[in-house]
Design a protein around this ligand. Structure first.
Ligand code: DQA
Length: 149
């Protein structure tokens, strides 16, 4: 099982073509490739996944809890309303693993419905607004947390 799972919610498989003015021009395939590169640089197994399906995301979160992976999660629109994902994700941090919530854009600078995250309060921390770099920074944060620094 992966050391770090990078889980992506709905519509993030469309990166590169979806609102490039907001989310940039790099594709989801670029994110998968970057994740593998960050993993090999750090000597960690990093796996990137994406789903448009809430139940599948919850299954992956359960899988991470059972296997003790740390998680970087961009819950996408689920961020703003999914108590089911929040409840599942709470098991990650309550179980002593790390969860970093990431966003490519800065939701606080956008529409009001994006200003609230139901996931943020149970996460180890949140990184938002740095484009794709939000993911890399989240992996760096988890490396630091794993090292107990
Ligand atoms: C997002 C921000 C969310 O508000 C939105 O629903 C997304 C992407 C981001 O990465 O900036 O799908 O999570």
């Amino acid at each position: 099982m992966a050391d770090i799972l990078i889980l992506n919610g709905p519509n993030l498989g469309r990166l590169g073509v979806r609102e490039p003015d907001v989310y940039g021009t790099l594709s989801y395939a670029d994110l998968v490739e970057a994740g593998a590169r960050w993993g090999s640089e750090a000597g960690l197994d990093i796996e990137v996944r994406q789903t448009d399906n809430e139940a599948e995301m919850i299954r992956w979160i359960h899988e991470s809890v059972d296997s003790g992976s740390d998680v970087v999660m961009n819950p996408a629109a689920f961020t703003h309303f999914s108590y089911a994902i929040r409840d599942a994700a709470a098991m990650i941090t309550k179980g002593g693993r790390f969860l970093v919530e990431v966003h490519i854009s800065n939701p606080y600078a956008r529409e009001e419905f994006r200003h609230h995250s139901v996931v943020g309060p149970i996460a180890s921390g949140t990184i938002a607004g740095f484009g794709f770099d939000s993911y890399r920074l989240a992996v760096e944060a988890i490396k630091t947390l794993r090292a107990g620094k």
